[in-house]
Design a protein around this ligand. Structure first.
Ligand code: NAD
Length: 431
């Protein structure tokens, strides 16, 4: 089959490359961003994901994958098209489907043979049906066009591995024809496949993401109470993790979730629920807890200084989690803004996120390439991302290099005893 993937972002590019790697079909990736396409043509990945660039080069050389901005030829004779464009949040919390509709229209206008359109983007329940009607209204040829749902569960930072080792491939279809095409596309993927209808597939994605966000907010809520009543969230989480019904993942307390998914997907489902006359109280609580948690370090640190004016503050970690260069909705952003508004001088370190941080903060903050330079003469330090290089840092340097060794750790990177032994004023989450 000729399979086109529309959108070469974290989801589309990884999907296209992993499909090419497994073989059996010819993959064509398209994007409206021609800069991304020219980078990809030369074997350069526009995003950072472990192992991705090697696979792009390998499959490019083997002619199993191609990258193009020529939508007409890409869609003209395609058997299937994955849509993996962004579905960001609107100001009212609902999902913005403009990119999706635009991709759907281009497919409708260029498809010349029967084609299955597969929506990989996270979309509100009912969107697949809506897009199917939309495409059939705009199509130019008398061809069969159906829409199927195939939501994505990869996590940034481990996207390639997550795709190959996916815990499930969810296929939401309304016909045997669509089901057979999707099973054929994934014939070389040995992962568990769940076939259901489109609305359920769409809901599986939101319900999964929102459950994870809820789990994070729940642990952060408990961590905040631990601080008040003198319990240690690390031991509490460990104790909880032995219960199989709870599981051991996603029990880490911290400064809240960020990224391009949890924040928008919680708000989108809450919005959808409200607009159907039902309030999802659990998700509302997850959102509220997270909003407060994101600013926890900034608020906590305020008690330690008279003023932030001209105070040098080191920020270690900018991305919303380790393993990615993505800063979308990262807790670091609101904390840096809080500090800048109060006149602090911010110096930031991140192993891969600096280019994206520059797009947000420009020259309002300073950027450095190592931890030593970030904390040198700083009067306060915030740890925002649990990068290995931060976790493995020789903590005695905080005392040696900082003007005042005052560390606020939003990711519980160090042992309290170790920090105390090294003479560091150390505040973490829930301990
Ligand atoms: P992204 O912003 O990284 O990439 C989207 C890409 O689509 C961009 O390169 C953009 O230029 C391109 N694009 C926009 N309009 C287009 C069009 N008409 N035709 C072709 N390309 C077009 O987004 P992402 O993070 O990959 O997310 C995509 C979708 O997948 C979202 O709905 C998201 O919620 C969902 N999702 C994301 C993740 C994740 O970890 N990032 C995980 C699971 C699901």
């Amino acid at each position: 089959m000729k399979i086109v993937v529309a959108g070469t972002g974290y989801v589309g590019l990884v999907t296209g490359v992993c499909l090419a790697e497994r073989g059996g079909h010819h993959i064509v990736c398209v994007d409206v961003n021609s800069e991304k396409i020219s980078m990809l043509k030369s074997g350069i990945s526009p995003i950072y994901e472990d192992g991705l660039e090697e696979l792009i080069k390998k499959n490019n050389d083997l002619n199993r994958i191609e990258f193009t901005s020529d939508f007409e030829s890409a869609y003209g004779d395609a058997d299937a098209v994955f849509i993996a464009v962004g579905t960001p949040e609107r100001s009212d919390g609902s999902a913005n489907l403009d990119y999706l509709k635009s991709a759907a229209k281009t497919i409708a206008e260029n498809a010349k043979k029967d084609i299955l359109v597969i929506i990989k983007s996270t979309v509100p329940i009912g969107t697949n049906e809506q897009i199917e009607k939309y495409i059939n209204k705009h199509k130019k040829e008398n061809i069969r066009i159906e829409v199927a749902s195939n939501p994505e569960f990869l996590a940034q930072g481990s996207a390639v591995r997550d795709t190959f080792e996916a815990t499930r491939i969810v296929i939401g279809v309304e016909s045997e024809w669509a089901k057979e095409i999707l099973l054929d596309i994934y014939k070389n993927f040995d992962n568990h496949k769940l076939v259901t209808n489109r609305n359920s597939a769409e809901m599986i994605k939101y319900a999964s993401n929102d459950f994870l966000a809820l789990k994070i907010s729940y642990m952060n809520d408990i961590a905040n109470l631990c601080e008040i009543v003198g319990a240690d969230i690390e031991d509490v989480a460990l104790g909880m993790s032995f219960d199989n019904r709870i599981g051991s993942n996603f029990l880490n307390a911290g400064v809240g979730y960020g990224g391009s998914c949890f924040p928008k997907d919680t708000k989108a489902l809450h919005w959808l629920s409200n607009s159907n006359g039902y309030e999802l109280k659990t998700i509302k609580a997850a959102i509220e807890v997270n909003e407060i948690q994101k600013l926890k370090l900034a608020k906590k640190s305020s008690d330690f200084v008279e003023s932030f004016n001209n105070l040098k503050v080191a920020i270690l970690g900018l991305t919303y989690k380790p393993g990615t260069d993505d800063l979308r909705e990262a807790p670091s952003i609101v904390n840096i803004r809080y500090l800048l508004e109060r006149g602090a001088k911010v110096v930031a370190f991140d192993p891969v996120g600096i280019d994206n941080a520059k797009k947000i903060f420009g020259d309002t903050i300073a950027y450095v390439n190592d931890i030593d330079s970030a904390i040198l003469d700083a009067e306060m330090c915030f740890i925002m991302t649990e990068w290995e290089v931060i976790k493995n840092y020789d903590v005695s340097n905080y005392k040696k290099l900082m003007k005042r060794p005052l560390v606020f750790d939003g990711r519980n990177c160090y042992k309290i005893s170790e920090m105390k032994d090294n003479g560091i004023e150390y505040y973490s989450i829930g301990r």
